[in-house]
Design a protein around this ligand. Structure first.
Ligand SMILES: Cc1cc2nc3c(=O)[nH]c(=O)nc-3n(C[C@H](O)[C@H](O)[C@H](O)COP(=O)(O)O)c2cc1C
Length: 410
């Protein structure tokens, strides 16, 4: 038997030195923070520490028992990506077409209400980051920044406006007028919010309309003095797409003000009043998908609102193939709810989606580092998509087909 032996020697500095070089200290705190985040999950963990517990619950939570929210993630975790290894590509191209116009990737930023709660720069920062990334941004009816201010923050961006139809159609009409005047491209009509989902933690925290903050909620805020100082020293939080000082600006989110019975005729109503594309968001069945398209929708978004509305609602990723089959070629089919990585985006597109919307992922970035945090999240998603497409052997978005992804039973 051969004896394997290696010659011993005294350690020499010149051999060790290349491995012991300390990383240069990054003085910029935000950059240092973001450099430690190699995934959206990392960003999420850090975000949780940056905001008061009640704010965290509002953003990260779901409705009722959070079953739909958990199932959204579970579906993405069950995805198996299937490479064609002999045809791997070096530099895949993420660019695609969304609503007939070029986009840097099949991703749009979803509408989120009360965005400035997570970071005082709020919607402006998100819109600016989306513009820089070459992706559409959707401003919520319940935004904390006005339509005009968002247009100023991202003048060259693809800005979309999400419509919650108000009982008083004149109020919705005013939104449309302002969005048109500010060069917004598309409307996104959300149809899944006849009543606001029950988010138990928000209720216990006193995050309601009107707000009734509990002592515990206030104490939680006091533990985040930087967040409190930022909120108190910047413009007061309000529903800023509505006229300042109006009852809408104060109580905009109230079920009483919002239309509670949305019908296909409402899609047609919007179609007739808007020159650009109309997207219907919150579609959760094949029947509603067909009805939305028949009523004139240019795209539909399969969505259970990130598990924040009807608990146990269908999971968009699971519903996708049936809907694509039913309306294929007549409209773009998008999905959201649970997208946290570039691999998730690749899976959704492979299974037939034109694109995805992301909600919480960018909000977590915003909490960690304002506009730079959002950019970091969008960069992570793009890098992960690129790596996955390299290994899958799909040079372009159009090459992603159902043969590249399947949902495992477990
Ligand atoms: C904090 C928060 C606020 C939201 N507000 C709105 C809203 O005002 N209008 C709307 O259509 N959807 C709203 N949504 C739902 C998102 O547009 C999107 O459907 C959802 O976040 C997608 O799931 P994800 O967060 O897992 O990506 C909100 C979501 C969150 C997390």
């Amino acid at each position: 038997m051969t004896q394997l032996s290696s010659r011993r020697q005294v350690p020499r500095w010149r051999d060790l030195e290349p491995f012991l070089r300390p990383r240069p200290l990054e003085r910029d705190v935000v950059r240092r923070r973001l450099a430690r985040c190699l995934s959206v999950d990392d960003v999420e963990r850090l975000a949780r520490r940056r905001v008061p517990g009640a704010v965290w619950d509002y953003v990260a939570g779901g409705s009722d028992s959070e079953i739909a929210m958990r199932r959204n993630r579970d579906a993405f975790d069950r995805v198996e990506l299937r490479p064609t290894a002999f045809s791997q590509v070096a530099e895949p191209e993420l660019a695609t077409t969304l609503l007939g116009r070029p986009a840097a990737a099949p991703i749009a930023l979803a509408p989120t209400g009360y965005t400035r709660l997570g970071h005082h720069t709020g919607e402006r920062a998100v819109a600016a980051a989306a513009e820089r990334a070459g992706l559409p941004y959707t401003l919520s009816t319940y935004a904390t920044t006005s339509i005009t201010d968002v247009a100023r923050a991202a003048p060259g961006g693809r800005n979309w406006f999400q419509v919650y139809l108000m009982k008083d159609r004149a109020v919705t009409g005013a939104h449309l007028d302002e969005a048109r005047a500010q060069g917004f491209e598309a409307l996104v009509l959300t149809i899944d919010t006849t009543v606001t989902g029950m988010k138990r933690k928000d209720k216990l925290n006193g995050f309601a309309i009107p707000p009734q903050l509990t002592a515990r909620t206030m104490a939680g805020m006091a533990r985040h003095p930087r967040w409190v100082a930022d909120i108190l020293t910047t413009e007061p939080l309000s529903f800023a797409t509505f006229p300042a000082g109006s009852e809408y600006a104060r109580w905009g989110m109230s079920n009483q003000l919002r239309e509670q019975q949305i019908r296909p005729a409402d899609v047609t109503w919007l179609r007739e009043r808007w020159d650009g594309p109309v997207v219907v968001k919150g579609v959760q069945s094949v029947g509603d998908a067909v009805a939305a398209v028949d009523a004139g929708a240019d795209a539909i978004v399969l969505s259970n609102h990130g598990g924040r509305q009807l608990d146990r609602a269908p999971v968009p990723l699971e519903l996708l193939p049936q809907v694509v089959e039913a309306v294929s070629g007549r409209t773009e089919v998008w999905l959201d709810s649970g997208v946290r990585s570039g691999g998730d985006v690749v899976a959704a597109v492979a299974l037939g989606a034109t694109g995805v919307m992301v909600g919480r992922a960018y909000l977590y970035g915003l909490m960690v580092g304002g506009e730079r945090g959002v950019t970091h999240v969008l960069d992570l998603l793009a890098e992960e998509m690129r790596r996955a497409m390299c290994m899958l052997g799909t040079p372009t978005i159009a090459d992603l087909t159902p043969e590249h992804a399947r949902l495992r039973d477990r």
